[in-house]
Design a protein around this ligand. Structure first.
Ligand SMILES: [Zn+2]
Length: 385
């Protein structure tokens, strides 16, 4: 403790000299006094994380979750980062931990392998007021040394850091396959005719949420059918090991198409499935189609091949499972809920509610289960499972 007190002014001066280097990958302590330690921590941990997740996932996380994590960071910590950094170093030198500390009455000390269940902050102390040492992606593997129920201590290159326990799961209990699928049950109880741009920076606008079609025989509203099938799809995908996030689970919501895309983007979805049913003036028209952007989409055209592949896989899966008429993949840049995406997306038009036979079939529980299983088959095929 005394030894470090002596160095504190030097530390602070050095950190100040490096002011403004607080970005990801630029550890705050690039100064002389704790250089070795910092380089060890920063360098090798960063490498480990990259090799686990691959560069493309890393990119997704950055674009998706990083922004909000950064926001948290600045709002929680304020300008006192340097001081926190110094106290973090002291703790590792073997001195008693500074306040706050793990709750000694509830803490369980055991060394175990854990995995992060979402993008999460790793902190220098068990408090949201403490400095964020690093933000790691979902599914980062860590060694936990202690858990008091609220906060867990994790060891990174021999040093102790802290993560909120709710975002950690024992590696041995991880049964999921590592992919996150976000499902958007199309439409909602009441459409919203307010306008929003059809893509980032677009001058063209469309209603936030159209009201959708309805069953000519079943009398079902599209928003009811889409949620029923989406909930079955959630169950099916979870049973197959996917992590699933739902944009909505009730009809009484007001979420625009761009906001639905943002849910998938912020979650860092590996695939975004938008579930819809079709309508036509021609009551004879029937069958399943999927929708993806064109290769020249001005908003997210770089995702074209992934979206195309997802659309192909899901169309084939749904058609094979149901025996429905296979229509085609519609490539269009007119869908706000696609254009706002930064993750691979497809829209599934499950069938025509304006066709008496198809509408009746889609209202059956058994057929809905076939649709869900078929879409899940397509997701499996997309990920090569
Ligand atoms: Zn629709």
């Amino acid at each position: 403790m005394k030894k470090y007190k002596l160095w504190l002014p030097v530390l602070l001066a050095a950190v100040l000299a490096f002011g403004g280097c607080g970005g990801k990958g630029q550890k705050a302590g690039g100064d002389a006094s704790d250089k070795t330690e910092t380089q060890e921590n920063g360098g090798s941990f960063e490498k480990q994380e990259t090799s686990e997740n691959g560069p493309s996932e890393e990119e997704n996380k950055d674009s998706g979750n990083q922004a909000s994590a950064e926001e948290n960071k600045s709002s929680e910590n304020g300008p006192s980062e340097e001081e926190n950094k110094a106290s973090g170093d002291q703790a590792s030198a073997g001195d008693p931990s500074p306040e706050p500390a793990l709750n000694e009455e509830t803490v369980v000390r055991a060394r175990e392998e854990v995995v992060t269940t979402s993008s999460v902050n790793i902190r220098t102390a068990p408090s949201t007021d403490s400095q964020v040492y690093q933000t790691v992606a979902r599914r980062t593997e860590l060694i936990r040394t202690a858990d008091d129920g609220a906060w867990s201590a994790v060891e990174i290159d021999g040093k102790e850091y802290y993560v909120s326990s709710e975002y950690l799961k024992l590696k041995s209990e991880m049964t999921d396959n590592g992919y996150l699928v976000v499902i958007d049950a199309g439409h909602q109880g009441k459409g919203n005719s307010e306008q929003e741009p059809i893509g980032p920076g677009a001058s063209e606008t469309k209603p936030k949420v159209a009201s959708g079609t309805s069953g000519c025989v079943s009398g079902l509203n599209e928003y009811e059918l889409t949620l029923t099938v989406s909930l079955k799809l959630q169950e099916e995908l979870e049973a197959r090991g996917y992590q699933v996030m739902m944009v909505r689970t009730s009809h009484d919501v007001n979420i625009s198409n761009s906001e639905r895309a943002a849910v998938a983007n912020n979650a860092g979805a590996d695939a975004f499935l938008r579930i819809h049913a079709n309508g036509s003036d021609d009551s004879g028209e029937n069958g399943i189609l999927t929708i993806c952007p064109t290769s020249g989409n001005p908003y997210m055209g770089s995702l074209y091949s992934q979206c195309r592949s997802l659309s192909e896989c899901v169309l084939d899966g749904a058609v094979n499972a149901t025996g429905a008429n296979k229509k085609y993949i519609w490539e269009t840049d007119t869908m706000s809920g696609i254009n706002w995406c930064t993750v691979p997306v497809t829209i599934v038009e499950m069938g025509f509610m304006t066709n008496p036979q198809e509408d009746s079939r889609m209202a059956e529980d058994g057929y809905q289960s076939q649709l869900a299983a078929g879409i899940a088959d397509g997701v499996d095929a997309y990920f090569g499972n």
